[in-house]
Design a protein around this ligand. Structure first.
Ligand code: ZN
Length: 322
């Protein structure tokens, strides 16, 4: 065997973040209309096909850009706390924050005044379910293809900056992050910053918190990205060796995933970069139709009949919605 000169393995950053929402119409209107993200996939929760799984990202849903939702009409409101994110942050180009302040104020978005954190300007705000979100002015990655239908390119969101993880056991969560290749980069207030080596969605801030309650306005899980099935298998073994109980590989159609709950309470996923959202519809058509994996196609009629319309001009949604 030749000596291995590569650095320790590391995940390059986040793949996607999945949260819980209430009304899917309001959810879609906010993420596409107000934030200007692209609606890249309209599918169902494969583990609970009576519920939508809606994906919003850049033009193609590049790993590191997609915030996804399980919307439940009339969902009970959650309480943000340990086991979730304190905020999910998107990155915007330097100088874009004033555009967003004006946009949010015109639209009545619940926001705070900008703050500075680790030398970057941060605009905290909330979505219609009161989920805590942030826009952060910072370095953007050329690989992200901003969606500019609603927001001009100079200000458009460039995927995730990262997340603030709220942990019930900060030291144990820190050890898991380090196992995944995150390096500590500094402390400010009650948060510790960690960074993965990738060019996008590479930041994780870690802070302690009391236990949260899952429900609308809270994050369900955070997915980290890995190149392919082979590297995913290596992560599965490495994390199992580190004491995590990692699931078998699940086919999520647009990526393959394994899951484990880290000791601080947050559900982590490791997802492959591919095959991506153009697997079952063309780039121009992303998000237009309800897409189901082959193993649910036989039940399409029943599944579609049970899903609410999302409130747009799409004739299919009008026809199949209640
Ligand atoms: Zn996921």
């Amino acid at each position: 065997m030749t000596p291995d000169s590569r650095p320790e393995p590391a995940v390059p950053g986040i793949h996607h973040v999945t949260a819980i929402a209430g009304d899917p119409r309001k959810n879609r209107a906010f993420y596409t209309g107000t934030l200007g993200l692209r609606f890249v996939k309209r599918t169902v929760n494969f583990d609970d096909p009576g519920t939508y799984h809606l994906y919003y990202g850049d033009e193609v849903g590049t790993p590191g850009t997609a915030l996804t939702f399980f919307p439940f009409e009339g969902a009970r409101q959650g309480r943000v706390g340990a086991g979730q994110t304190g905020a999910t942050a998107f990155v915007i180009p330097e100088g874009a924050i004033d555009y967003w302040i004006d946009r949010f104020d015109e639209r009545g978005v619940d926001r705070e005044d900008p703050i500075e954190r680790f030398g970057e300007r941060v605009l905290p705000f909330r979505d219609p379910d009161s989920q805590p979100l942030e826009l952060i002015e910072g370095a953007t990655d050329e690989a992200v293809r901003p969606w500019t239908e609603e927001v001009p390119e100079a200000s458009a969101i460039r995927g995730f900056h990262g997340v603030t993880l709220l942990s019930g056991d900060v030291e144990a969560t820190a050890r898991v992050l380090e196992t995944m290749g995150y390096e500590q980069r500094g402390e400010e207030g009650d948060r510790t910053r960690y960074r993965a080596p990738g060019d996008r969605a590479a930041v994780v801030d870690l802070a302690g918190a009391d236990r949260g309650v899952q429900g609308a306005g809270t994050v369900h899980h955070v997915a980290f990205r890995t190149a392919d099935g082979e590297s995913q298998q290596a992560w599965r073994e490495r994390l199992t060796d580190a004491g995590m109980r990692v699931t078998e590989v699940k086919d999520r159609r647009y990526f393959r995933s394994v899951y484990f709950r880290e000791p601080g309470g947050v559900l982590f996923e490791i997802a492959t970069e591919g095959p991506g959202f153009t697997r079952d519809e063309g780039l121009d058509d992303l998000g237009e139709e309800l897409k189901l994996p082959p193993w649910l196609e036989n039940d399409r009629e029943a599944i579609a009949a049970d899903l609410p319309a999302i409130g747009d001009a799409d004739p299919e949604a009008e026809v199949t919605g209640r």
